[in-house]
Design a protein around this ligand. Structure first.
Ligand code: SAM
Length: 272
């Protein structure tokens, strides 16, 4: 794998501390999977590429939908998450899945051309998004389709607590010249995202906004391990915890369960 592209995201998604919290954190978006897969309308026999597949939960569900002859290749730049996905596929006895450690911005996944490229929140971390979507398009057959879920703006997703934590964190350095900012809200602007897809050679671009709530324990979103990983100093930990507690109070239904509003969007397009 090349060391130059997406260096910060590669570090983050391979950091053992982040990987330790991830299985808890991914519960937050499990309810998105059926919505994304319904939008994609996968049919038996299709060959699917799951971009930024993480621990493979959506890949495994997609694999079920394309049985008996279809298959899913999951691609991710996180070595430990690809290992988790492989382990889950083995446990599910899913024989039509493969997982690959790949930077989807500029590397190849074996098995192309695919009928469909899908992604559940795995396409917002490219520091050259047009380059990355061109690369994804090259993995598709002519007329193949793409469908992905990404977040709407941070203001519409108040569960994203980084603003409340800002006084305790070092500001993010600006992207290097010619690179784009990466992160969960990098594709939030619908016009910009549609522009990226168009520039990358996709047509018939459609966007569906989706909002719903999930009831989950608060620590699915944040816990002490995560605060430390994000860079809160030991000496700031009590104050950071208090700030978090105040911020998260708005979601609490009971000490055990909180209700979080999710605002996401699904983009669909066709390789022109
Ligand atoms: C928010 S997680 C989503 C994971 C999974 N799709 C899910 O819904 O649970 C984003 C994933 O994108 C992966 N990722 C980030 N940049 C990538 C890149 N350039 N190429 C491949 N995967 C990438 C991360 O390693 C991470 O697993």
């Amino acid at each position: 794998m090349s060391d130059e592209t997406n260096a910060a995201e590669r570090r983050r998604w391979n950091d053992e501390r982040w990987i330790a919290v991830w299985p808890k954190r991914e519960r937050f978006t499990n309810a998105v999977t059926p919505r994304l897969l319904d939008a994609l309308a996968l049919t038996p026999g299709e060959r699917v590429l799951d971009v930024g597949c993480g621990g493979g939960i959506a890949s495994i569900e997609a694999g079920r939908r394309v049985l008996p002859e279809g298959s899913v290749a999951g691609a991710d730049l996180s070595i430990p998450l690809v290992e988790l996905a492989r382990q889950r596929a083995r446990e599910a006895s899913a024989g039509n899945l493969s997982f690959h450690v790949v930077d989807m911005q500029n590397e190849k996944v074996p098995g192309a051309p695919f009928d469909v490229a899908m992604s559940q929140f795995g396409v917002m971390f490219f520091d050259e998004p047009v380059t990355a979507f061109v690369n994804i398009a090259r993995h598709l057959r002519e007329d193949g389709r793409i469908g992905f879920a990404c977040w709407q703006a941070a203001e519409r997703n108040p569960w994203f607590f980084a603003l409340a934590l800002a006084p305790f964190l070092q500001p993010m350095p600006p992207p290097a010249e010619g690179k784009s900012p990466t992160g969960p809200f990098a594709l939030a602007d619908p016009e910009r995202t549609a522009g990226i897809l168009g520039e990358a050679g996709f047509a018939d671009i459609r966007r569906t906004a989706i909002e719903f709530t999930v009831d989950l324990p608060e620590d699915v979103i944040v816990d002490d391990e995560q605060l430390a990983f994000m860079g809160v100093a030991d000496s700031d930990m009590p104050a950071a915890r208090r700030a978090m507690d105040e911020h998260m109070a708005q979601f609490r239904l009971s000490p055990e369960v909180s209700r979080f509003p999710l605002a996401l969007q699904i983009f669909e397009a066709r390789r022109a």
